[in-house]
Design a protein. Sequence first.
Length: 278
Amino acid sequence: MKRLTQTIRDLWKDPMGRLGMIGIFIVILMAIFAPLIAPYEPDAMIAMPQSAPSLEHLFGTDNYGRDIFSRILYGARVSLEVGIIAVGIGAVMGYILGLIAGYFEGVVDRVIMCIMDILFAFPSILLAIFISAVLGRGLVNTMIAIGIVNIPVFARTVRASVISAKGLEYVANARSVGVKTGAILVRHISPNVVAPFTVQATLALSSAILTEASMSFLGLGIQPPDPSWGSMLSEARTYMEQSPWMALFPIVFISITILLFNILGDSLRDVLDPKLKT
């Protein structure tokens, strides 16, 4: 707890870290309190289709007369939900596989990393599209697809940290006095994995949000009428010339959210491992 508090303080001292934390906090508040902030239900057809932004409809309306501002707020919930759960799936599986591969090495390491390399060979968005096509469309399958895509990244990160930690003197001493493997992994090696693992998780969130938006844009992610920034962008492409605001606001919020997570990830890396700071 003390370490977490110190990390937050160090992040707050960094201007970019402070920007990332404040920005992400605002996005989270938007998602949590969307039902209270949104002036209309996200699926309510309450105005003329393709109405320009006004005081009544801050971001205008879409081709069905739905309030874009309300749909943006509810879309933030979807993006964060998919991002957090998908990264959680990839992080847990990647952590376990990386821990096993890095500690035991040999045949176990080669088999696990061979599978990870095969998955890593495919562009992440194409692999997610393929998995989603096999599993079917929908929110849950989108989370699973993006989660699987993230496993190799976490496995590689954890494996490298474990191999490095294995060579430390206190780990060798623990082995020599007969400390069990499980205890060594939990007490002595895992603490050395926390810093790079946390940074990777933060950066993976931005990638997961972008992948979800891309899949929804292609019709393989969140399905209408559920609000998603990617599906909103997909619906807007037909009306780009007549109603540019339909595409503008989803693009802005996707870009800003991804940028904020990347900023926070970079600042977190500098705080947790000052040696990497340039």
